[in-house]
Design a binder for this molecule. Structure first.
Ligand code: GRF
Length: 223
């Protein structure tokens, strides 16, 4: 069977992109990256992709008069590649409903919080300000509401008394690098699927997100 193909959208460092590349190279993820698209020409992730001979595209949102035209330019690149999954990895643009519909059930995002907590920006600061004991990251399918949509997989990290935003962000990012390749694998292997709009894991409705802890998948339904 042909390998599952991914298109990865980035805006910046691309450390999650790197984690996906590394998982593919290590044989943990049976996929190939057909293209990496950035809305910023300066994104470090473009260099990471080029170093692996992955096709890259820059689609600068500033070159388009509105979100619809920008998203159409993305779709014009993505559609001919027929990807199994479109992967948002630090892509800092809000996508139109039209784009989201186009990739219904095959568009995923990583967000640095335990969703539904802390949608949007400054998640680490909010976790510290609220004296949370636990913070983390989530991989979710994208719906037309920001940072919503069914959550596939999460990882938790402790929030320590002397944490700064930067220290906490780095602790979360290290977990992101584990859960993103794993969540992609759950999708392409068919372990995570949809029955209409109901997320399913191994053929059963998944009512709470899976948790990756010490390399193991946990869920109260698996207990
Ligand atoms: C990550 O924290 C991700 O959760 C958020 O943006 C950051 C991207 O980092 N959406 P990188 O570009 O993958 O290094």
């Amino acid at each position: 069977m042909a390998k599952a193909s991914l298109v990865v959208l980035i805006s910046g460092s691309g450390s999650n992109l790197q984690a996906i590349i590394d998982a593919i190279k290590a044989g943990q993820l049976d996929a190939e990256i057909s293209a990496v698209i950035s809305n910023k020409a300066s994104a470090r992730g473009l260099e990471r992709a080029a170093a692996e001979n992955i096709t890259t595209h820059v689609v600068d949102h500033k070159d388009y008069p509105n979100r619809e035209m920008f998203d159409k330019a993305l779709i014009d690149i993505i559609d001919p590649l027929h990807p199994h999954l479109v992967v948002l990895a630090g892509f800092m643009r809000i996508l139109t409903d039209g784009f989201i519909r186009q990739y219904h059930h095959r568009l995923i995002n990583i967000h640095p919080s335990l969703l539904p907590r802390y949608k949007g920006l400054h998640t680490h600061r909010q976790a510290i300000d609220n004296a949370d004991k636990i913070h983390g990251a989530s991989v979710h399918y994208v719906s037309d509401e920001l940072d919503s949509g069914p959550v596939i997989l999460q990882a938790e990290v402790p929030v320590k008394a002397d944490d700064t935003e930067q220290i906490l962000a780095a602790r979360v990012l290290a977990e992101e690098h584990k859960i993103y390749p794993k969540a992609i694998e759950l999708h392409i292997s068919g372990r995570v699927t949809f029955n209409d709009e109901q997320l399913q894991f191994d053929g059963k409705p998944l009512s709470t997100p899976l948790l990756l802890k010490d390399g193991r998948l946990l869920n109260e339904q698996l207990a």
